[in-house]
Design a protein around this ligand. Structure first.
Ligand SMILES: [Zn+2]
Length: 113
């Protein structure tokens, strides 16, 4: 029996929410840069999206994120205003692709392949 990653982004109130999310993102992205056409596996970083209104005394709570290599993380950081909307889209795309993979595996499992 293969183990599939069917876990949605963790949304808990626990103090290690951010660490859980980091682990989720890295596993979902197979620890590869998700920049279109990149796929680098060396020194991957996770870029997080921060929930609105959550950056007071409890620190920031992350909503979701995406794995990027150092080079592409720097690119995004340097051009924050330009890339922020694209990063949201990229995460949506990665999540969607992840769901498709899970569906495909489920069907293959049902067909006994
Ligand atoms: Zn990259």
């Amino acid at each position: 029996m293969q183990r599939h990653n069917t876990m949605p982004p963790p949304q808990t109130n626990s103090s290690n929410q951010n660490e859980l999310l980091r682990a989720y993102v890295l596993e979902r992205d197979h620890i590869r840069c998700q920049w279109p056409g990149c796929g680098a596996t060396s020194r991957p970083e996770v870029l997080f999206i921060v929930e609105n209104g959550q950056n007071q005394e409890n620190g920031q709570r992350y909503q979701n994120g995406v794995t990027l290599c150092r080079k592409h993380l720097d690119t995004v950081m340097m051009h924050d205003k330009t890339f922020a909307p694209l990063i949201y889209d990229l995460i949506q795309l990665v999540e969607f692709e992840n769901e498709l993979n899970i569906t495909e595996k489920t069907f293959k499992g049902l067909l006994g392949e």
